[in-house]
Write a protein that binds this ligand. Structure first.
Ligand SMILES: [Zn+2]
Length: 493
């Protein structure tokens, strides 16, 4: 998926270099489940994204498209997922959760054009870009593979424990449970599942059952992602939850009992908050092993700086004849957009210094973060050297004398990110480095780090860096490190 983005960015750069962003280039063809879609206006590329008329594509998929005139919004419904787009806004709501896009829906010749691939992905579709033939392929999710969650109820068992019962129309297998505090809650994410819309009140994105027993007040549930149902048990205090399957595997049970150690932190198997067991499939967000951000940290603002951009390409990965294969600015942006998505999904408040290929001066970056009163600054970069030999991953920080106590210092977050990202990226460990001379580190007042993923100047690493696997590993490792670092300081308080 991420490869599509990069290819489209490269394409956009190529178009820009010919001097006419909307020049007549070979047209883009869009295919839905293998069939060419004939739109009334051809797909258009804007800021490196294929834009199509919303109505045509999503109605072809069997979804609904509604134009909300007063709000200038487009509401797309498909298979239990609702995407709300606002004209000229890069923020979309997916089942009520904000996501950032790198291009905004727009109106051209009285037609609403939306970034097709981005929205289709949010609806659970697979999207491929075939560069040679300039085809965007969209595959709708196979509904037959998903279990339908048909009922959620609670009961008090004879031995004094409380149980939440989740029933499906077929076998359930992939799920992940997590325990969070402040407020105390037990969360179960069920992968490959759809929530029966009958369980959610009309016009709402979340359903709930009032329990009001001694263990929990409420059970809430929603279609958290296209193929993930989230069940949240709002606990009255410290409790342990145990998840099991019925004999025929079509029901999940959450058995709740009072926690034996009533201290803070998770109960049960001694793992860290939000990081209890994982049976989830690696294909979705639930499989990233990124814990939820502690509630006390959710008002912290994380500024994400996708290094370089616009007229500054950053480092360049070249082939043996000197042709540019990859600009650092595009790679950084793709990774940063994904990092932003992951951090927001984990409950973090974020701000992207750029979310498209725009130019931003180096000193303006920390200045903007200072102006916003940010609590953490994370710069996403990749490395380069005059020699093609150096390789590996490093994280930079600078512990400043701060006039405000953030509860953590730059090195705490750098160490946590370093530990996680070395594990996910899997390249040589170049360590954590104190770099007081780097502008974004010494001009920002809040704790700040710079991540240097790998070397564009190293031919072996460059090949890996251009894969989706690398970008995903970078974003997931960084997100996990940031969240864990912040959660550790929340606990230390
Ligand atoms: Zn850089």
């Amino acid at each position: 998926m991420r490869g599509l983005r990069v290819l489209l960015f490269i394409l956009a750069v190529m178009i820009a270099m010919t001097g006419a962003a909307f020049a007549a280039v070979d047209p883009v063809t869009m295919k839905l489940d293998g069939k060419v879609i004939e739109t009334e206006v051809p797909p258009t590329i804007i800021s490196g994204r294929t834009m199509v008329p919303a109505k045509f594509l999503f109605e072809s998929m069997g979804g609904t498209v509604e134009w909300l005139e007063a709000a200038r919004q487009v509401k797309i419904g498909y298979d239990g997922t609702e995407v709300l787009l606002t004209i000229d806004s890069k923020t979309a709501l997916v089942n009520g959760n904000e996501i950032k896009m790198d291009v905004a829906p727009t109106i051209v010749s009285r037609r609403t054009l939306i970034p097709a691939a981005l929205v289709a992905e949010q609806l659970g579709c697979k999207v491929n870009w075939i560069n040679e033939t300039r085809v965007v392929e969209i595959f709708t999710p196979d509904k037959t593979e998903k279990a339908l969650i048909t009922g959620i109820e609670t009961e008090e068992t004879s031995n004094g424990t409380y149980r939440v019962i989740i029933e499906a129309d077929r076998e359930l297998s992939a799920y992940k449970d997590s325990l969070y505090d402040s407020p105390d809650r037990f969360v179960l994410d069920i992968s490959g599942a759809k929530l029966d819309q009958a369980l959610i009140p009309e016009g709402m994105t979340e359903g709930s059952i009032e329990a009001g027993n001694e263990m929990f007040d409420k059970v809430r549930f929603s279609q958290f992602e296209a193929a993930t149902v989230r069940v949240v048990v709002d606990l009255t205090g410290k409790a342990e939850g145990e998840v099991s399957l019925s004999a025929d595997n079509t029901s999940l049970y959450i058995d709740l009992k009072e926690s034996e150690d009533s201290g803070s932190g998770p109960s049960g198997n001694g793992s860290t908050p939000g990081d209890v067991g994982n049976n989830g499939s690696p294909a979705d967000l639930a499989g990233t092993d990124i814990p939820m951000l502690a509630a006390s940290m959710q008002d912290k603002l994380i500024v994400i700086d996708p290094g370089h951009g616009g007229s500054d390409p950053g480092s360049q990965g070249k082939d043996s004849s000197g042709n540019v294969l990859q600009n650092e600015k595009d790679l950084n942006l793709t990774i940063a957009l994904r990092l932003n998505e992951l951090l927001q999904a984990a409950g973090a408040k974020t701000y992207m210094l750029r979310s498209d290929d725009s130019t931003m001066a180096l000193y303006d970056r920390p200045a903007k973060a200072n102006e916003l009163g940010a609590d953490l600054y994370v710069a996403v970069h990749n490395n380069s050297n005059e020699s093609s030999t150096p390789n590996g991953t490093e994280v930079h920080y600078y512990n400043k004398n701060m006039d405000r106590d953030y509860g953590y210092v730059s090195k705490d977050i750098a160490d946590s990110v370093h530990q996680e990202i070395i594990a996910t990226i899997g390249l040589k460990d170049r360590g954590v480095k104190s770099s007081p001379s780097l502008a974004v580190l010494n001009r920002s007042v809040m704790p700040a780090i710079i991540i240097e993923g790998a070397f564009l100047s190293n031919p072996t690493e460059l090949v890996y860096m251009m894969t989706d696997q690398f970008k995903e590993a970078y974003a997931v490792g960084a997100a996990r490190g940031i969240i864990k670092g912040l959660n550790a300081s929340a606990e230390a308080f």
